[in-house]
Design a protein around this ligand. Structure first.
Ligand code: TYD
Length: 148
């Protein structure tokens, strides 16, 4: 079980984002994957949302969350998640419905290079709250500089 990062001891970095492998039941009738909150997800899931019908070249989710952690799954198709902590960057290509990318709070992230019919399925720690978003990259980097 992954532990949530304690912000007082640790400044979050892109290296805290990690790939979670969910269980897979391979079956000639079609494969099956499941998630149990207590076993596979490092937070209590308060909300699920999904992004679909993304036109070629479009980018989504260029922001960070002050408090919220998420797990991002390419339920169908593929896309890249660009992670940035104001110092290092990392791009994770998601193309398996049994992989989830754990993204801690206070990581700038953007989704891009969506394939045709891609579905980004996101497990979120909190209900939607606009004030939890940091939508200006400059504000984000200033906050991170203050942490370091
Ligand atoms: P947003 O997270 O801003 O998408 P992106 O960062 O990819 O542009 O969401 C777009 C809009 O959808 C936002 O203005 C409000 C609404 N929204 C909700 O009402 N509830 C939700 O759970 C989410 C994720 C978005």
């Amino acid at each position: 079980m992954l532990k949530k990062i304690n912000k007082q001891q640790h400044v979050t970095s892109v290296y805290d984002a990690s790939l979670i492998r969910f269980p897979r039941f391979l079956d000639p009738r079609g494969n099956l994957t499941f998630i149990e909150q207590e076993r596979h997800i490092p937070f209590k899931i308060a909300r699920v949302y999904w992004i679909y019908d993304v036109p070629g070249g479009a980018r989504r989710g260029a922001h960070a969350f002050r408090e919220q952690c998420e797990v991002i799954i390419a339920l169908s198709g593929s896309f890249d998640v660009m992670l940035d902590d104001g110092s290092a960057q990392k791009i994770v290509h998601l193309n398996r419905p049994y992989h989830g990318l754990y993204v801690p709070n206070m990581i700038w992230r953007r989704m891009q290079n969506f394939s045709t019919n891609a579905v980004a399925y996101v497990l979120a720690e909190h209900p939607y709250k606009e004030t939890d978003y940091i939508r200006e990259y400059r504000e984000y980097t200033e906050l991170m500089q203050g942490e370091r």
